[in-house]
Structure formats: C-alpha cells, structure tokens
Design a protein. Sequence first.
Length: 537
Amino acid sequence: MPNNLGLQSEAAYSPRRSIARLATARAAFVGRTLRGPVERPVLITDFAQFQHVFGGLWQPSTLCYSVEQFFDNGGLEALVVRVANGARAATLTLPAGAEKLVLRARRPGTREFLRACVDYDNIASGDADAFNLTVQRVRVQGAVHVEDQETFRNLSMLPGSPRHLPSVLAGSELISAPDALPPTRPDCTVDAASGLATGYVHSNADGDDGAPLSDYDLIGSAPENTGMFALAKTDHFDFLCLPPLAHDRDLGATALLVAARICRERRALLIVDPPSRWQTAGDALEALGDWSLRSENAVMYFPRILAYDKLRGHFETFAPCGAVAGLLARGDAQTPVWDAGEADEPILRPGYKPACTVGEAERRKLAALGVNALQSVRSAVRTAPRLRTLTAGGEAEFRFLRSRRAALYIVNCIERGTRWVAAARPHAALADLVASQVREFLADLHRAGAFAERSAEDAFFVICDRRINADDDAHRGPFQLLIGFAAARIGEFHTYRITQRTQGSEVQAVTLNRLHDPRVSPAEAEWVDRLADQLRV
C-alpha cells in the first residue's frame, strides 16, 4: 500500500546527512467528512485532492469548509483525519450459484459508490474455483466515471489457498470479504444488454453516514489510535485544527484540553476557534476573563469569518481555524518562521472578511489577553500588536507567536535529524559525530539570521558527551543531547534535552541557571556535571 503521508523514511536521517529543515505549516484537521478512510491521516495538497478522497463540501461537515478555507488562504499541506460516529459501510452482493457472496466497502457512508465485475479470463477450463475480480469506485451510483479501481486475479474460495479471497482483499483500499464464504465461486457478471461478460454489480443502498460527532468521538482513544490520537501515525504536523462539531455547536472544554496536550507532546500549535457566542469584540473581552484554556502551544484569532458557501449559495459565518492556518502558511512562504517581523498582520485573502469589526483599541486589548485580531485590510497604524499565543505562564518570551514557533521548529528539526543515533552502533566518536551534525545545523540557522544579532558563540550550544551519556562502547541505552539556543534576553537560552531510544524519542524543556555559561569546557562546567546526575539514565 502506498504511503499516503508523504513522510520521510528513517533512511533520510543519518550521520552522513545534514539535518533537514522541515516544513513549518503542515496543518492537521480532525472531524467529519462525506466519505474517505476513517481514523487514518491522509496528506492532501489541494482542495481538488480533498474532493477526490473525502468528497468535498458537505453541509453537515464543518471540516470540509475549514480545509477549503485553508487552501484558499495560502495553505499547502493538510493532514486530514476522518472521524465517524456509527457510520456503516455499504455492501455489494454477487451471485454465487445458489448462494451469495456479500462484500463490504472499506469506507463507510452513503457516498461510497462501488461496482464489481467477476470474470474467468485466463482461468483453466477445468478449474471450477478460480476467478478474477475487478472493483471500481464511481463518482455517482450507476455512472461510468471511475475514480479508483483494483483488480485481483486468480482468486480462490478455498481457505487453504494462497489466493484465498479474504486474505487477498485484506490489502484492498476499496472492499473487504467476510471470513465465511459460500462454497462456490461468484458467477461471472454479464452485461444485460450485450450478454457479454463485461457487466458490473453495483453496491447496495445500505450505507449510513452516521450521527453528528460528539466531543468524545473527536477525542478518540490513545491505545486504539482513533480520533485525535490517529495523528500518532504521522511523522509531524505544525498546526492542529478542530473545526466545531456543527455549525451551531462549539467544541467542548474537554476536547480542547486533550488537543492542547497532544500539541504540547507533538510540539505543534493548536488553533483555537473563538466561541460562537462571542459576537463582538466586547463579548470576547468580557469572556476572556473566565477563559480557562491557557497554553503556549495554543493560539486564538478573533472574530469568526464571513465566507461564501458554495452549497447554500450565500455568505455564512465560519470558525476561522482553517483560514488562520492558511494565512500562517502564506506568511511562512514569504519570510522564515524565525523572522523578527512580529508586526506581521493576519490579513485574510479577498472573498473572506471578519464577521465583526475590531477597532485598534480593542485589538490591543485582545492582544494583551493573548488573542489576535483578523483583518481583511492592513491596519493604518504604524505599529501593530505582536501576534500572541494563549500562554498564561511559562517562558515570557513564548507569549509571542513567532518566538514560540521558532523554538518548536528548531527542536523538531534536531529531534528528527538525530533519530539515526538510536540505532547506531555505540563507539567513542558517536557523541562528537552527533554534536558536529547539530552544530552545523544551528550554525546554518545563525547565518540565516535565526538568532538576531548574536555572535555564533552566544547563539547556541550543544552538549552530548560523557557528561550526559555513558562513555562505554558497549552501552546501548538511550542517547541524550542537550541543546540551547539564544532567548530574547541576553545571556539566556532556551534549553532542551532530546533523548533518542529505539522505541522513540523524547523532548523535555530544561531550566538552567543563567549565571552559568553553558559553552565552557568540560573541566569548567561543574554545573553541567550536576545537571548530568539528574539527566543520566
């Protein structure tokens, strides 16, 4: 089966490669769609592809509108996870002598239109068991516009056969077979008009789209990798968008808290939609005093947006998360994520506008509370408020969106770029090799201006030697890496411990005493030795 995620293989991470710069604006969307695979992230690069895989716009789905608005406003990559509540897949019935072979569509819903053809081409005349099966997905029931097709040759109904039907169809993207089969193979399908063996049997009208989603459907299960936790199957994403459960129903606090935790663990940003009851800037300012979700890995833009609904034929109000992710992606295409231009303004593209007017005074008050104001035209004032996160504590610098995004970007690149060390053979030069690779990456960022006006000596440090790793060639435990890069305040660093294990990696922010210089030699760095006692496993 092809890899739908477009992810780098582990072979891309090696000591012989420079650490790659990752994309910075891949947005993940989780919610209800018209059709498509369930609980599996699919990488989408334009809305036409979304229409092909997930069915396009559908009034009960807020996600489909958010994805459209993401691409309209400049988005380039979307990971889409379809969640369904009680949806049922359609069946397809093939005559098999006096009995029937009932197949079932892989993907649930009423818009998964399949048809199947059985033939005995190139089957030996004395073979009464083997057959060929062709399954097609068509755009409309009864039509001939084929969107996908799979062909399976020399199938068998016998359980011991290597071409046993259920085993072969286990790899199908379109259809599945029951374990209990009729004793005889399905009949050859014949075209009713011509009498030739070119006919098709269409799927039955017994599919079901299921009920509207609840918070718990959207949250899903971590052990089963469902709902939001299906994103565990992805290598990385930068934004998480959770459109409202319905046009008139906001996401609940529980779902937002779980989403914020996932973003913290995955070093991504949750784009939080303002509640629908916030009709004016005054409503938002009054309600923000009791707003409970505060995280340096969450961001909110106000107000909701007005956009043309192609299905209803008029303008409607929508939650802005998709458009926000799109305009952030558009900004990244113009300037690096670490660029110091904090006055970048969130300007919607033509055809989109804020649902209410936000004056300059209200805009600054919202910014002070961690909320950014959407605009359709650039502000006339010379200095706009810096974009914020929804933080209520932590590092003061991370209350600003660009600072937080830059830190997440740097750590994500290094974590992924050093994964190879978990499988490397331990040897004396391993720590030096890792350190050299990471320093090269950070030096390249320094040359690109990622650390403002700091000198290279003051911009970053890398420690992965015997102070925090065992010095024994036979040691096969986790490999630890301590990195720091310049914070806004002179002499301070954002510091992280990255641990690489064969089971996976872990990143943890570490607080260091700013009175000690982390760039000194091992003999002088007693404070690092003390820290190592805490970090050593």
